[in-house]
Write a protein that binds this ligand. Structure first.
Ligand SMILES: *Cc1c(COP(=O)(O)O)cnc(C)c1O
Ligand code: SF4
Length: 334
């Protein structure tokens, strides 16, 4: 893997690592010993949804392997340019929710705050790759969202999401936490983030202190799809969160050629558990335009579910769910 030969752990700050992320797929291909020209029409796909990968994540890719399961998640592909029946820009009906508000309320008791519009890595299968963030950002949208949270005492859990909320500075996160802590009926704070996986150095001592000192019961839901994403520094970060009193869960997305294999999913759950993290959801792909090449048919999904259930203890069995427009919770599959 790329940095193995250099032996050196990156000592740059997480902000510097974020700035230094790969933004040209050809550069990543070259570093992996692959032909940059093999990108082909993928270059065009990257014009619609930019290419972005941290070096920490890329360092876990296998050089010379065009089918590397981590590379497949991030490499723009010509197939993204074709339309497919049943795939659209907003399959889960989120675009119209919460007009001029940074808060999305779909399910009872929980509200999701769009705290950031960017990520540390752009996953090609992303359900928000076409999301009109502009309508939900800005200070008006934040004030409107906070007003909604204050007004509805049935909401007891707030979820910081995005984008990825951990790309925000500690100061900005602290502002969020302080303002949310003022809303008495909120009991739990949940953060949905892929940074603990793709940029483990984001989990600074200062961040963990901030998260463990606030008044909420804290939950971190990370996003890891394949056991190869879990190197030593990532596992250590997961353990440190748990040691800080945070409940750590994982959500994954079921992806053709990446993790559609019961053995891979079983290993993922076991490796997460070794670092104190439980599998939570295994999301079936949202039918977002440009992602059809990651899709699996239902009989294959059922088969995987049966095979995985036969392999792992119940507590390592993720819930297979689909997000449907208008549902009152994620819809269980099978
Ligand atoms: C997925 C989701 C949640 C959280 O659902 P849980 O089942 O509690 O994990 C909350 N709000 C929105 C808009 C969501 O999409
Ligand atoms: S980290 Fe999450 S929100 Fe960001 S691109 Fe990947 S799947 Fe989408």
């Amino acid at each position: 893997m790329i940095t193995r030969s250099s032996k050196r752990r990156p000592i740059a700050s997480w902000q510097a690592q974020l700035r230094d992320a790969y933004r040209d797929p050809r550069e990543l291909l070259a570093d992996l010993g692959l032909d940059p020209e093999s990108l082909g029409l993928g270059a065009k796909a990257a014009e619609h949804f930019p290419f972005l990968v941290t070096r920490a994540f890329a360092s876990r890719m296998q050089p010379g392997d065009v089918n590397d399961p981590l590379l497949l998640q991030v490499l723009p592909h010509a197939a993204e340019l074709s339309s497919a029946p049943g795939f659209s820009d907003d399959p889960v009906g989120e675009f119209s929710l919460g007009e001029n508000s940074s808060v999305l309320r779909k399910y009872s008791g929980r509200a999701l705050v769009l705290a950031s519009s960017s990520c540390a890595i752009n996953c090609r299968y992303c359900f928000r790759r076409n999301y009109p963030y502009e309508a939900h950002r800005g200070s008006d949208a934040l004030e409107n969202g906070l007003a909604e949270l204050r007004a509805d005492t049935s909401i007891n859990e707030v979820i910081l999401s995005g984008g990825d909320p951990l790309v925000l500075s500690d100061a900005k996160l602290d502002q969020y936490l302080t303002r949310l802590a003022d809303i008495g009926h909120l009991r739990r704070l949940r953060i949905h983030s892929r940074l603990p996986i793709v940029l483990p150095d984001r989990l600074t001592a200062a961040l963990l202190r901030m998260l463990s000192r606030q008044r909420f019961e804290a939950v971190m839901v990370v996003h890891c799809n394949h056991p190869q994403e879990l190197d030593a520094s990532t596992l250590e970060g997961l353990r440190r969160m748990r040691d800080a009193g945070i409940t750590v869960l994982n959500q994954a997305v079921l992806l053709h050629r990446v993790n559609d294999d019961a053995e891979v999913l079983a290993t993922l759950g076991e490796r997460l558990f070794s670092a104190g993290t439980l599998p939570y959801y295994l999301h079936l792909l949202d039918r977002v335009s440009g992602t059809a090449h990651f899709d699996l048919n239902e009989s294959r999904i059922s088969q995987l579910q049966r095979e995985l259930r036969a392999r792992v203890p119940g507590y390592l069995m993720p819930r297979f769910v689909r997000e449907l427009a208008g549902g009152d919770a994620k819809t269980p599959f099978g």
